[in-house]
Design a protein around this ligand. Structure first.
Ligand code: PLP
Length: 462
Protein backbone atom coordinates (compact mmCIF):
# COMPACT_ATOMS: atom_id res chain seq x y z
CA UNK A 1 0.00 0.00 0.00
CA UNK A 2 1.07 3.60 -0.53
CA UNK A 3 2.15 4.98 2.76
CA UNK A 4 4.35 8.02 2.90
CA UNK A 5 4.45 9.83 6.19
CA UNK A 6 7.69 11.77 6.25
CA UNK A 7 8.83 9.85 9.30
CA UNK A 8 12.36 9.22 8.18
CA UNK A 9 12.95 12.92 7.67
CA UNK A 10 11.46 13.64 11.08
CA UNK A 11 13.96 11.35 12.79
CA UNK A 12 17.02 12.30 10.84
CA UNK A 13 16.68 15.77 12.24
CA UNK A 14 16.07 14.69 15.79
CA UNK A 15 17.99 11.54 16.12
CA UNK A 16 20.51 10.08 13.76
CA UNK A 17 21.95 7.01 15.43
CA UNK A 18 21.08 4.80 18.34
CA UNK A 19 23.60 4.86 21.18
CA UNK A 20 23.46 2.26 23.93
CA UNK A 21 24.84 2.24 27.45
CA UNK A 22 25.26 -0.54 29.99
CA UNK A 23 22.94 -0.86 33.00
CA UNK A 24 26.11 -1.34 35.09
CA UNK A 25 27.38 2.06 33.87
CA UNK A 26 31.02 0.85 33.68
CA UNK A 27 31.39 -0.03 29.99
CA UNK A 28 31.53 2.62 27.32
CA UNK A 29 28.64 3.51 25.06
CA UNK A 30 28.32 1.60 21.80
CA UNK A 31 26.48 1.79 18.49
CA UNK A 32 23.71 -0.66 17.66
CA UNK A 33 26.05 -2.59 15.35
CA UNK A 34 28.57 -2.99 18.16
CA UNK A 35 25.87 -4.04 20.61
CA UNK A 36 24.39 -6.69 18.33
CA UNK A 37 27.76 -8.41 17.76
CA UNK A 38 28.96 -7.99 21.33
CA UNK A 39 25.74 -9.14 23.01
CA UNK A 40 26.76 -8.28 26.56
CA UNK A 41 28.75 -5.23 27.63
CA UNK A 42 32.14 -6.08 29.22
CA UNK A 43 30.86 -5.00 32.66
CA UNK A 44 28.18 -7.71 32.49
CA UNK A 45 25.27 -5.28 32.50
CA UNK A 46 22.70 -5.12 29.70
CA UNK A 47 22.66 -2.64 26.85
CA UNK A 48 19.79 -0.14 26.84
CA UNK A 49 19.16 2.68 24.36
CA UNK A 50 20.30 6.06 25.61
CA UNK A 51 17.40 7.86 23.97
CA UNK A 52 14.09 6.33 23.03
CA UNK A 53 12.35 8.38 20.34
CA UNK A 54 8.61 9.08 20.58
CA UNK A 55 6.68 8.28 17.43
CA UNK A 56 4.71 11.26 16.04
CA UNK A 57 0.93 11.59 16.45
CA UNK A 58 0.51 11.08 12.70
CA UNK A 59 1.83 7.53 13.08
CA UNK A 60 -0.80 6.64 15.68
CA UNK A 61 -3.54 8.48 13.73
CA UNK A 62 -3.00 6.16 10.76
CA UNK A 63 -1.80 3.02 12.48
CA UNK A 64 -4.94 0.97 11.72
CA UNK A 65 -4.16 1.20 8.01
CA UNK A 66 -0.69 -0.31 8.42
CA UNK A 67 0.35 -3.95 8.12
CA UNK A 68 2.64 -5.57 10.68
CA UNK A 69 5.76 -5.21 8.46
CA UNK A 70 4.89 -1.56 7.76
CA UNK A 71 4.63 -0.86 11.48
CA UNK A 72 7.86 -2.79 12.07
CA UNK A 73 9.69 -0.69 9.48
CA UNK A 74 8.57 2.62 11.03
CA UNK A 75 9.49 1.52 14.55
CA UNK A 76 12.91 0.24 13.44
CA UNK A 77 13.67 3.40 11.47
CA UNK A 78 12.75 5.53 14.46
CA UNK A 79 15.01 3.51 16.76
CA UNK A 80 18.03 2.92 14.53
CA UNK A 81 18.04 6.25 12.72
CA UNK A 82 20.45 6.22 9.80
CA UNK A 83 22.68 3.41 10.98
CA UNK A 84 21.39 1.26 8.12
CA UNK A 85 20.36 2.74 4.74
CA UNK A 86 16.58 2.85 4.46
CA UNK A 87 16.23 0.40 1.57
CA UNK A 88 18.42 -2.21 3.31
CA UNK A 89 16.57 -1.78 6.57
CA UNK A 90 13.21 -2.25 4.85
CA UNK A 91 14.44 -5.40 3.15
CA UNK A 92 15.76 -6.84 6.44
CA UNK A 93 12.52 -6.12 8.30
CA UNK A 94 10.29 -7.49 5.54
CA UNK A 95 12.33 -10.69 5.35
CA UNK A 96 12.29 -11.15 9.13
CA UNK A 97 8.65 -10.26 9.80
CA UNK A 98 6.99 -12.29 7.07
CA UNK A 99 4.15 -13.74 9.15
CA UNK A 100 1.08 -12.31 10.86
CA UNK A 101 0.18 -11.69 14.53
CA UNK A 102 -3.62 -11.54 14.51
CA UNK A 103 -5.70 -10.44 17.51
CA UNK A 104 -8.83 -12.54 18.16
CA UNK A 105 -11.71 -12.03 20.54
CA UNK A 106 -12.20 -14.75 23.16
CA UNK A 107 -14.51 -13.22 25.78
CA UNK A 108 -16.34 -9.94 26.22
CA UNK A 109 -13.23 -8.02 27.31
CA UNK A 110 -10.54 -10.58 26.58
CA UNK A 111 -8.53 -10.78 23.38
CA UNK A 112 -5.66 -13.04 22.37
CA UNK A 113 -2.79 -11.96 20.12
CA UNK A 114 -1.33 -15.01 18.39
CA UNK A 115 2.44 -14.69 18.16
CA UNK A 116 2.97 -18.24 16.92
CA UNK A 117 2.60 -17.91 13.15
CA UNK A 118 6.35 -17.86 12.45
CA UNK A 119 8.37 -20.86 11.25
CA UNK A 120 8.95 -22.41 14.70
CA UNK A 121 5.48 -21.58 16.03
CA UNK A 122 6.60 -19.47 19.00
CA UNK A 123 7.13 -15.75 19.54
CA UNK A 124 10.91 -16.19 19.69
CA UNK A 125 10.82 -16.19 15.87
CA UNK A 126 10.37 -12.38 16.00
CA UNK A 127 13.63 -11.81 17.85
CA UNK A 128 15.72 -14.50 16.20
CA UNK A 129 14.73 -13.64 12.62
CA UNK A 130 15.25 -9.90 13.08
CA UNK A 131 18.64 -10.46 14.69
CA UNK A 132 19.67 -12.87 11.90
CA UNK A 133 18.75 -10.41 9.15
CA UNK A 134 20.64 -7.50 10.70
CA UNK A 135 23.74 -9.56 11.49
CA UNK A 136 23.62 -10.98 7.97
CA UNK A 137 23.36 -7.46 6.57
CA UNK A 138 26.54 -6.35 8.33
CA UNK A 139 28.43 -9.54 7.51
CA UNK A 140 27.60 -9.16 3.81
CA UNK A 141 28.48 -5.48 3.87
CA UNK A 142 31.82 -6.19 5.47
CA UNK A 143 32.57 -8.85 2.86
CA UNK A 144 31.83 -6.34 0.09
CA UNK A 145 33.72 -3.45 1.71
CA UNK A 146 36.81 -5.53 2.38
CA UNK A 147 36.87 -7.03 -1.09
CA UNK A 148 40.62 -7.69 -1.01
CA UNK A 149 40.87 -9.52 2.30
CA UNK A 150 38.58 -12.41 2.94
CA UNK A 151 36.08 -11.89 5.74
CA UNK A 152 35.53 -14.70 8.15
CA UNK A 153 32.25 -16.32 8.93
CA UNK A 154 30.96 -15.61 12.41
CA UNK A 155 30.16 -18.67 14.48
CA UNK A 156 27.10 -18.29 16.68
CA UNK A 157 27.05 -20.71 19.59
CA UNK A 158 23.73 -21.38 21.27
CA UNK A 159 22.82 -23.78 24.06
CA UNK A 160 19.16 -24.70 24.13
CA UNK A 161 16.76 -26.55 26.36
CA UNK A 162 14.25 -26.53 23.48
CA UNK A 163 12.62 -23.41 22.06
CA UNK A 164 15.48 -20.97 21.51
CA UNK A 165 17.55 -23.41 19.44
CA UNK A 166 14.80 -23.82 16.86
CA UNK A 167 14.09 -20.12 16.48
CA UNK A 168 17.79 -19.24 16.19
CA UNK A 169 18.62 -22.12 13.82
CA UNK A 170 15.72 -21.35 11.49
CA UNK A 171 16.27 -17.60 11.75
CA UNK A 172 19.93 -17.87 10.69
CA UNK A 173 19.46 -20.71 8.20
CA UNK A 174 21.17 -19.76 4.91
CA UNK A 175 22.07 -16.28 6.17
CA UNK A 176 25.41 -15.46 4.50
CA UNK A 177 28.56 -15.00 6.60
CA UNK A 178 27.16 -16.78 9.63
CA UNK A 179 27.40 -20.33 10.93
CA UNK A 180 25.26 -21.58 13.81
CA UNK A 181 26.15 -24.32 16.27
CA UNK A 182 23.26 -25.50 18.46
CA UNK A 183 24.12 -27.55 21.53
CA UNK A 184 21.31 -29.49 23.18
CA UNK A 185 21.05 -32.23 25.78
CA UNK A 186 20.60 -35.57 23.98
CA UNK A 187 17.20 -37.11 24.65
CA UNK A 188 16.07 -34.20 26.80
CA UNK A 189 14.27 -32.01 24.27
CA UNK A 190 10.96 -32.98 22.65
CA UNK A 191 11.15 -34.73 19.25
CA UNK A 192 9.41 -31.74 17.62
CA UNK A 193 11.91 -29.31 19.12
CA UNK A 194 14.86 -31.46 18.02
CA UNK A 195 13.55 -31.61 14.44
CA UNK A 196 13.34 -27.81 14.29
CA UNK A 197 17.10 -27.36 14.61
CA UNK A 198 18.65 -30.70 13.70
CA UNK A 199 17.18 -31.28 10.23
CA UNK A 200 18.44 -28.09 8.56
CA UNK A 201 22.12 -28.70 7.76
CA UNK A 202 24.06 -26.22 5.54
CA UNK A 203 25.19 -23.40 7.87
CA UNK A 204 23.40 -24.90 10.90
CA UNK A 205 25.09 -27.65 12.91
CA UNK A 206 23.21 -29.31 15.75
CA UNK A 207 25.18 -31.24 18.35
CA UNK A 208 23.47 -33.60 20.78
CA UNK A 209 25.51 -33.50 23.96
CA UNK A 210 25.62 -36.50 26.23
CA UNK A 211 24.67 -34.47 29.31
CA UNK A 212 22.26 -31.86 30.65
CA UNK A 213 21.23 -28.40 29.48
CA UNK A 214 23.62 -26.98 32.09
CA UNK A 215 26.48 -28.95 30.47
CA UNK A 216 25.57 -27.40 27.11
CA UNK A 217 25.56 -23.91 28.59
CA UNK A 218 28.89 -24.57 30.25
CA UNK A 219 30.47 -25.69 26.96
CA UNK A 220 29.34 -22.46 25.30
CA UNK A 221 30.71 -20.37 28.17
CA UNK A 222 34.04 -22.24 28.09
CA UNK A 223 34.33 -21.63 24.37
CA UNK A 224 33.83 -17.88 24.86
CA UNK A 225 36.47 -17.82 27.60
CA UNK A 226 39.03 -19.83 25.63
CA UNK A 227 41.70 -17.49 24.22
CA UNK A 228 42.95 -19.90 21.62
CA UNK A 229 39.48 -20.32 20.15
CA UNK A 230 38.58 -16.68 20.36
CA UNK A 231 41.75 -15.62 18.60
CA UNK A 232 41.09 -17.88 15.65
CA UNK A 233 37.35 -17.99 15.33
CA UNK A 234 34.98 -15.03 15.48
CA UNK A 235 32.38 -16.21 18.00
CA UNK A 236 29.09 -14.61 18.89
CA UNK A 237 25.97 -15.54 20.83
CA UNK A 238 22.29 -15.25 20.04
CA UNK A 239 21.42 -14.84 23.65
CA UNK A 240 17.96 -13.56 24.47
CA UNK A 241 19.34 -10.46 26.17
CA UNK A 242 20.82 -9.20 22.89
CA UNK A 243 19.21 -5.81 22.21
CA UNK A 244 18.41 -6.89 18.64
CA UNK A 245 16.06 -9.57 19.96
CA UNK A 246 14.24 -7.06 22.12
CA UNK A 247 13.40 -4.42 19.50
CA UNK A 248 11.24 -6.68 17.28
CA UNK A 249 9.32 -7.74 20.36
CA UNK A 250 7.86 -4.23 20.45
CA UNK A 251 6.35 -4.48 16.93
CA UNK A 252 3.36 -6.62 17.81
CA UNK A 253 2.23 -4.42 20.70
CA UNK A 254 1.78 -1.58 18.19
CA UNK A 255 0.05 -3.99 15.83
CA UNK A 256 -2.36 -5.16 18.55
CA UNK A 257 -3.25 -1.53 19.22
CA UNK A 258 -3.80 -1.01 15.48
CA UNK A 259 -6.27 -3.90 15.48
CA UNK A 260 -8.16 -2.80 18.60
CA UNK A 261 -8.06 0.98 18.30
CA UNK A 262 -11.61 1.09 16.90
CA UNK A 263 -12.95 -0.12 20.28
CA UNK A 264 -11.88 3.14 21.90
CA UNK A 265 -11.00 1.32 25.15
CA UNK A 266 -7.97 1.32 27.41
CA UNK A 267 -5.54 -1.50 26.63
CA UNK A 268 -3.88 -3.82 29.11
CA UNK A 269 -1.38 -6.41 27.86
CA UNK A 270 -0.76 -9.68 29.67
CA UNK A 271 2.68 -11.15 29.00
CA UNK A 272 3.52 -14.77 29.87
CA UNK A 273 6.96 -14.17 31.37
CA UNK A 274 10.26 -15.96 31.90
CA UNK A 275 13.35 -13.85 31.29
CA UNK A 276 11.08 -10.79 30.86
CA UNK A 277 12.32 -10.01 27.34
CA UNK A 278 8.82 -9.96 25.95
CA UNK A 279 7.67 -7.57 28.69
CA UNK A 280 10.65 -5.31 27.88
CA UNK A 281 9.41 -5.18 24.27
CA UNK A 282 6.09 -3.83 25.56
CA UNK A 283 7.74 -1.29 27.83
CA UNK A 284 9.81 -0.10 24.88
CA UNK A 285 6.66 0.37 22.78
CA UNK A 286 5.08 2.32 25.62
CA UNK A 287 8.12 4.60 25.85
CA UNK A 288 7.79 5.24 22.12
CA UNK A 289 4.30 6.59 22.75
CA UNK A 290 2.04 3.54 22.48
CA UNK A 291 -0.99 4.20 24.71
CA UNK A 292 -0.85 1.22 27.08
CA UNK A 293 -2.93 1.42 30.26
CA UNK A 294 -0.93 -1.31 32.02
CA UNK A 295 0.88 -4.62 31.82
CA UNK A 296 0.28 -7.90 33.60
CA UNK A 297 3.36 -10.11 33.93
CA UNK A 298 2.18 -13.69 34.38
CA UNK A 299 4.46 -16.54 35.40
CA UNK A 300 4.30 -20.15 36.50
CA UNK A 301 5.60 -21.27 39.89
CA UNK A 302 8.89 -19.51 39.04
CA UNK A 303 7.45 -16.29 40.38
CA UNK A 304 10.49 -14.15 41.26
CA UNK A 305 9.16 -11.12 39.40
CA UNK A 306 5.53 -11.23 40.68
CA UNK A 307 6.98 -11.64 44.18
CA UNK A 308 9.11 -8.56 43.65
CA UNK A 309 6.06 -6.59 42.51
CA UNK A 310 4.26 -7.62 45.69
CA UNK A 311 7.02 -7.20 48.26
CA UNK A 312 9.94 -5.32 46.75
CA UNK A 313 12.15 -8.37 47.38
CA UNK A 314 13.92 -9.81 44.34
CA UNK A 315 15.01 -13.30 45.32
CA UNK A 316 16.42 -15.46 42.50
CA UNK A 317 16.33 -19.22 43.01
CA UNK A 318 17.21 -22.33 40.98
CA UNK A 319 14.36 -22.87 38.53
CA UNK A 320 11.49 -25.32 39.08
CA UNK A 321 10.38 -27.57 36.22
CA UNK A 322 6.79 -26.92 35.07
CA UNK A 323 4.57 -27.72 32.07
CA UNK A 324 5.14 -24.17 30.79
CA UNK A 325 8.86 -24.88 30.59
CA UNK A 326 9.91 -21.92 28.45
CA UNK A 327 9.12 -19.81 31.53
CA UNK A 328 11.12 -21.93 33.98
CA UNK A 329 13.45 -19.10 34.89
CA UNK A 330 14.68 -18.57 38.44
CA UNK A 331 16.66 -15.40 37.78
CA UNK A 332 15.05 -13.33 35.02
CA UNK A 333 17.88 -11.71 33.08
CA UNK A 334 16.00 -8.67 31.76
CA UNK A 335 15.13 -7.44 35.27
CA UNK A 336 18.10 -5.05 35.06
CA UNK A 337 16.53 -3.32 32.05
CA UNK A 338 13.17 -3.00 33.76
CA UNK A 339 14.75 -1.40 36.82
CA UNK A 340 16.67 0.94 34.57
CA UNK A 341 13.39 2.11 33.04
CA UNK A 342 11.07 2.11 36.04
CA UNK A 343 13.46 2.77 38.90
CA UNK A 344 14.56 0.83 41.97
CA UNK A 345 11.49 1.48 44.07
CA UNK A 346 8.96 -1.29 43.50
CA UNK A 347 6.12 0.96 44.59
CA UNK A 348 6.74 2.97 41.43
CA UNK A 349 5.61 -0.15 39.51
CA UNK A 350 2.14 -0.04 41.02
CA UNK A 351 -0.59 0.35 38.44
CA UNK A 352 1.99 -0.01 35.66
CA UNK A 353 2.87 -3.69 35.98
CA UNK A 354 0.79 -6.24 37.89
CA UNK A 355 2.21 -9.69 38.71
CA UNK A 356 0.25 -12.97 38.69
CA UNK A 357 1.39 -16.57 38.91
CA UNK A 358 -0.19 -20.04 38.62
CA UNK A 359 0.82 -23.64 39.21
CA UNK A 360 0.53 -26.54 36.76
CA UNK A 361 -2.89 -27.63 38.02
CA UNK A 362 -4.34 -24.16 37.52
CA UNK A 363 -2.72 -24.03 34.08
CA UNK A 364 -4.32 -27.29 32.96
CA UNK A 365 -7.66 -26.28 34.47
CA UNK A 366 -7.54 -23.11 32.36
CA UNK A 367 -6.70 -24.99 29.13
CA UNK A 368 -9.66 -27.28 29.83
CA UNK A 369 -12.07 -24.49 30.70
CA UNK A 370 -11.29 -22.33 27.68
CA UNK A 371 -11.54 -25.31 25.35
CA UNK A 372 -14.92 -26.33 26.79
CA UNK A 373 -16.21 -22.78 26.65
CA UNK A 374 -14.98 -21.61 23.24
CA UNK A 375 -13.23 -24.55 21.52
CA UNK A 376 -10.05 -22.46 21.55
CA UNK A 377 -6.92 -24.46 22.35
CA UNK A 378 -4.28 -22.72 24.48
CA UNK A 379 -0.73 -23.89 25.04
CA UNK A 380 0.37 -23.90 28.72
CA UNK A 381 2.20 -20.54 28.50
CA UNK A 382 -0.74 -18.79 26.86
CA UNK A 383 -3.16 -20.38 29.34
CA UNK A 384 -1.32 -18.61 32.14
CA UNK A 385 -1.74 -15.38 30.17
CA UNK A 386 -5.47 -15.95 29.77
CA UNK A 387 -6.05 -16.69 33.44
CA UNK A 388 -4.06 -13.64 34.57
CA UNK A 389 -6.09 -11.45 32.23
CA UNK A 390 -9.41 -12.78 33.54
CA UNK A 391 -8.37 -12.23 37.15
CA UNK A 392 -6.95 -8.79 36.44
CA UNK A 393 -10.15 -7.65 34.76
CA UNK A 394 -12.44 -9.09 37.44
CA UNK A 395 -12.55 -5.92 39.54
CA UNK A 396 -11.97 -3.39 36.77
CA UNK A 397 -14.37 -1.11 34.89
CA UNK A 398 -15.52 -2.17 31.47
CA UNK A 399 -13.62 0.62 29.74
CA UNK A 400 -10.58 -1.68 29.78
CA UNK A 401 -9.88 -4.57 27.44
CA UNK A 402 -7.19 -7.16 28.07
CA UNK A 403 -4.98 -8.67 25.37
CA UNK A 404 -2.88 -11.64 26.34
CA UNK A 405 0.05 -12.67 24.18
CA UNK A 406 -0.14 -16.25 23.01
CA UNK A 407 3.55 -17.13 22.92
CA UNK A 408 3.41 -20.63 21.42
CA UNK A 409 1.17 -22.83 19.29
CA UNK A 410 -0.48 -25.60 21.34
CA UNK A 411 0.90 -28.29 19.02
CA UNK A 412 4.40 -27.45 20.31
CA UNK A 413 3.30 -28.85 23.66
CA UNK A 414 1.32 -31.68 22.15
CA UNK A 415 1.43 -34.25 24.90
CA UNK A 416 0.27 -32.12 27.80
CA UNK A 417 -2.34 -30.26 25.75
CA UNK A 418 -3.86 -33.41 24.23
CA UNK A 419 -4.00 -35.06 27.63
CA UNK A 420 -5.64 -32.02 29.16
CA UNK A 421 -8.38 -31.51 26.58
CA UNK A 422 -8.79 -35.25 25.94
CA UNK A 423 -8.55 -34.86 22.18
CA UNK A 424 -6.00 -35.16 19.39
CA UNK A 425 -4.69 -31.91 17.93
CA UNK A 426 -4.14 -31.42 14.22
CA UNK A 427 -0.43 -30.88 13.53
CA UNK A 428 0.23 -27.64 11.61
CA UNK A 429 1.87 -28.08 8.22
CA UNK A 430 5.04 -26.28 9.27
CA UNK A 431 5.61 -28.84 12.02
CA UNK A 432 4.62 -31.81 9.89
CA UNK A 433 7.18 -30.84 7.24
CA UNK A 434 10.12 -30.88 9.66
CA UNK A 435 8.85 -34.07 11.33
CA UNK A 436 9.32 -35.88 8.02
CA UNK A 437 12.94 -34.74 7.57
CA UNK A 438 15.86 -36.81 8.88
CA UNK A 439 17.95 -35.54 11.79
CA UNK A 440 21.46 -34.50 10.76
CA UNK A 441 22.89 -33.82 14.20
CA UNK A 442 26.33 -34.75 15.47
CA UNK A 443 26.77 -36.34 18.88
CA UNK A 444 29.45 -35.51 21.43
CA UNK A 445 30.37 -36.12 25.02
CA UNK A 446 30.17 -33.20 27.43
CA UNK A 447 33.97 -32.77 27.39
CA UNK A 448 35.18 -29.32 26.42
CA UNK A 449 38.25 -30.79 24.68
CA UNK A 450 36.06 -32.61 22.20
CA UNK A 451 33.91 -29.55 21.50
CA UNK A 452 36.98 -27.35 21.12
CA UNK A 453 38.61 -29.80 18.71
CA UNK A 454 35.42 -29.73 16.64
CA UNK A 455 35.41 -25.92 16.49
CA UNK A 456 39.13 -25.74 15.61
CA UNK A 457 38.56 -28.17 12.75
CA UNK A 458 35.54 -26.22 11.53
CA UNK A 459 37.74 -23.13 11.57
CA UNK A 460 40.54 -24.78 9.63
CA UNK A 461 38.06 -25.79 6.94
CA UNK A 462 36.32 -22.43 6.70
C1 PLP B 1 10.61 -17.70 25.89
C2 PLP B 1 9.16 -17.95 26.09
C3 PLP B 1 8.41 -17.27 27.07
C4 PLP B 1 9.03 -16.29 28.03
O1 PLP B 1 9.41 -15.10 27.40
P1 PLP B 1 10.46 -14.10 28.11
O2 PLP B 1 10.75 -13.08 27.07
O3 PLP B 1 11.67 -14.94 28.44
O4 PLP B 1 9.82 -13.55 29.31
C5 PLP B 1 7.05 -17.53 27.16
N1 PLP B 1 6.45 -18.44 26.35
C6 PLP B 1 7.14 -19.12 25.41
C7 PLP B 1 6.43 -20.13 24.59
C8 PLP B 1 8.52 -18.90 25.23
O5 PLP B 1 9.18 -19.60 24.30
Amino acid sequence: MAYSLPLAAFYLKEFSKMQLYSTQKQSKEVSFQQAIFQGLPPDNGLYVPKQVPTLPASFFDNIESLSLPEIAIEVTKALLGDEIPEADLERCVRTAINFDAPVKKLDEQVYVQELFHGPTLAFKDFGARFMAQLMGYWQTKQATDASATQTQDIHILVATSGDTGGAVAQGFYQVPGIKVVVLYPAGKVSPIQEKQFSTLGENVTAIAIDGTFDDCQKLVKQAFLNDELRNQLPLSSANSINISRLIPQSFYYFYAYAQLKHLGKKLVFTVPSGNLGNLCGGLLAQQMGLPVHGFVSATNKNNVFPQFLQSGEFTPHPSFATISNAMDVGNPSNFARIKEWLGDDYQAFEGKITGKYYNDEETKETIKKVFAHSQYVLDPHSAIGYRATQEYLANKDDDIVGVFLSTAHPAKFLEVVEQTIGQKLPIPEKLQEVMDNPNKNLTMSNSFEEFKAYLMKAFAEA
